[in-house]
Ligand binder design. Structure first.
Ligand code: SF4
Length: 469
């Protein structure tokens, strides 16, 4: 038997209807497993009947591999090409999504501007120390937009504690010109990464009656489709469906529906055929769903519910960059951090500025980037090691670590001796700026070029507090 052929699906021009249906029906079976109370028991008792009751006629052993822990363990590490066909094709689709996310983190979201790029890299590195593995799921988008002020949905678990809907940015002549000007300007600064974000953040995209018009400009100017996550998918299902179809014609991408109740799940499954939701992930956000959980961030901190998971790395934010609010004409510079009293939503707000028009917007962005996103490490500012990070001098150099989070080794991979790394760290702990540390180490015959090289490596690894922290 030849190897199974796995096809990419998140690309233009996929036409194999049978392949799409098989993956889409498998996806729906998993949605039932994770969200429909009682489905798991029915499936274990009589899988064919349980699937057929939802119009699904897929290979049962394949579904078992995907849902049953024991069964999936037997196939751990087996590539999709060697699994049963249905399981293999579905898993191939999941791997394709993961590859795309990796590509976003390391390519699509990387700003062309050197200073912005360096700042974002430091935030990604810091988050490995502060958030551990959770950071692997964060894309650290450099730019997002909000087309409204606040959100009409008011979810009690809202991790970013979005306020009530207060204002909507309509697509009138003035806002259209401003919007297009902002998109073009940000494209000049960020390059293709300007199109890697979304047109929602602490907002519900479908609150804006002109969302589609804004998105058409976004696609025309940035060449990308902003991913959509909506908690209002069934408010006007015909609109949702038309929007998904239009976005898919522009460029295939993965979108998401937040499913807020069992009733809404039934409505979604009743309205959309499995194939129509192939590119839409359903997020179980109601407590009857077997897989429901909320991050203990924002309003969810107030919830007394077992579904609120407190894993010490709570945040749902995934932006390290600017959130531009078009309704109130304001810019926030944000990056994720663990939830704390000072940061209840798991966002570090570096700065917030208002703007009045396009010229003012450009002034604000230039000012913020000049202030926080220097291309080179400032040579005369004192360096402060980030608290909570431990270090150990080893035969190879230095190992930095944070309990249960990460270990990071320096030395041993370039031609600088471990002792030089250690001397730089020791000198650094006495306080002082890069220039001061370099001067100190010259007395020990360490050339400033080595000192700056090592300090730059530490800085890129997010080991120093930023000037604003
Ligand atoms: S989770 Fe989303 S939809 Fe719900 S209140 Fe927050 S921003 Fe609005």
């Amino acid at each position: 038997m030849g190897k199974l052929e796995i096809r990419d699906l998140i690309v233009p021009g996929v036409t194999d209807a049978a392949y799409i249906r098989e993956v889409a029906e498998t996806k729906r079976a998993l949605e039932l497993w994770t969200m429909e109370p009682g489905f798991q028991e029915k499936f274990m008792e009589s899988p064919e009947d349980a699937l057929a009751a939802h119009g699904l006629h897929i290979d049962v052993p394949s579904v078992r591999i995907l849902v049953d822990h024991e069964e999936s363990e037997k196939y751990r590490g087996v590539p999709p090409e060697e699994l049963l066909p249905t399981a293999g094709r579905y898993r191939g689709f999941i791997y394709e999504k993961l590859r795309q996310r990796e590509h976003m983190v390391h390519c699509d979201c990387v700003p062309a501007h050197a200073g912005f790029r360096a700042w974002r890299t430091r935030q990604v590195s810091r988050c490995w120390a502060e958030l551990g593995r959770k950071n692997g799921a964060m894309v650290h988008a450099p730019l997002m937009f909000e087309l409204d002020l606040g959100c009409s949905v008011g979810c009690p678990f809202c991790g970013i504690a979005a306020g009530k809907l207060q204002k909507v940015c309509r697509y009138d002549e003035e806002n259209r010109a401003l919007w297009r000007g902002i998109l073009s300007y940000m494209k000049d600064i960020l390059g293709p990464a300007a199109g890697s974000g979304t047109c929602y953040y602490a907002t519900e995209p479908l609150d804006n009656p002109d969302y589609e018009k804004f998105v058409r400009d976004y696609f025309e100017i940035l060449g990308m489709v902003p991913q959509i996550t909506t908690a209002a998918s069934m408010r006007n299902p015909a609109r949702t469906k038309a929007l998904l179809e239009e976005l898919h014609r522009m460029r295939p991408a993965i979108h998401r529906f937040s499913v807020l109740s069992l009733d809404i799940l039934h409505q979604i499954h009743g309205y959309f055929r499995p194939e129509e939701l192939l590119y839409v992930e359903l997020l179980p956000q109601f407590i009857e769903a077997p897989s429901c959980h909320f991050s203990k961030a924002g309003r969810a901190q107030e919830m007394q519910d077992d579904h609120v998971v407190d894993d010490d790395a709570n945040t749902i934010s995934c932006i390290s960059g600017f959130v531009v609010n078009m309704a109130e004409r304001a810019v926030r510079l944000l990056t994720p951090c663990p939830v704390s009293e000072a940061h209840p939503t798991g966002e570090y707000l570096v700065a917030r500025e208002s703007f009045s028009d396009l010229e003012d917007f450009k002034r604000v962005i230039e000012q913020l980037m000049g202030q926080f996103m220097a291309v080179e490490m400032p040579k005369d500012q004192p360096l402060r090691l980030r608290p909570g990070i431990e270090y150990e001098m080893t035969g190879e150099g230095i190992t930095f670590s944070r309990k249960k989070r990460y270990r990071l080794k320096f030395g041993g991979s370039d031609d600088i001796s471990p002792e030089v790394y250690q001397k730089v760290l020791t000198a650094m702990q006495k306080g002082g700026s890069p220039r001061g540390i370099a001067a100190l180490l010259m007395d020990e015959n360490i050339a400033p070029a080595y000192t700056f090289f090592i300090l730059k490596k530490f800085e890129t690894a997010g080991l120093f507090l930023e000037g604003y922290e």
